[in-house]
Ligand binder design. Structure first.
Ligand code: AMP
Ligand code: ZN
Length: 132
């Protein structure tokens, strides 16, 4: 675990042992990270989102913007998730402003195994950095 890695339990949203058990059983790696049951390199955290370093980066900068709420993919968003949906994009804007090398970037979201989704907890790939 490097110095940025940490295990997080959202302080304003404490999870109970019952929740923990449900998360372990659900076998969703992103829910486990969000609940502090698996490690990750955190870049940012807000009330509704986390941003972590992708474990297998495909670009010089490869972050994952992930809602804390378990939503399997973009098709599963409802009107109630409209705030979260907006915050996902605004977070990309915030990340791009973070450093000079992230000013230009690409967003990707795989929806369904046919299009390469491997973790069925929706997320946006933030790809950036200097390409030589
Ligand atoms: P996708 O294939 O679009 O569903 O994206 C899933 C992404 O999650 C991949 O780019 C993986 O490298 C990344 N990933 C899987 N497990 C972890 C983990 N434990 N920590 C960070 N990134 C992960
Ligand atoms: Zn999940």
């Amino acid at each position: 675990m490097n110095k940025n890695s940490r295990i997080i339990t959202p302080p304003d949203d404490p999870i109970t042992q019952k929740d923990r058990n449900a998360i372990v059983l659900s076998d969703c790696i992103f829910c486990k990270i969000i609940a502090g049951l698996a490690p990750a390199t955190y870049i940012k955290e807000t009330k509704n989102l986390i941003v972590i370093q992708d474990r297998y980066p495909q670009a010089p900068v490869h972050f994952l913007i992930i809602p804390k709420k378990h939503i399997s993919d973009i098709s599963a968003f409802t009107q109630q998730d409209s705030v979260i949906a907006g915050e996902l994009l605004l977070m990309a804007q915030e990340l791009s402003a973070m450093r000079p090398d992230t000013k230009q970037f690409k967003l990707e979201s795989n929806n369904g195994s046919l299009w390469g989704q491997t973790v069925f907890h929706t997320h946006i790939h933030f790809l950036s950095g200097k390409i030589s």
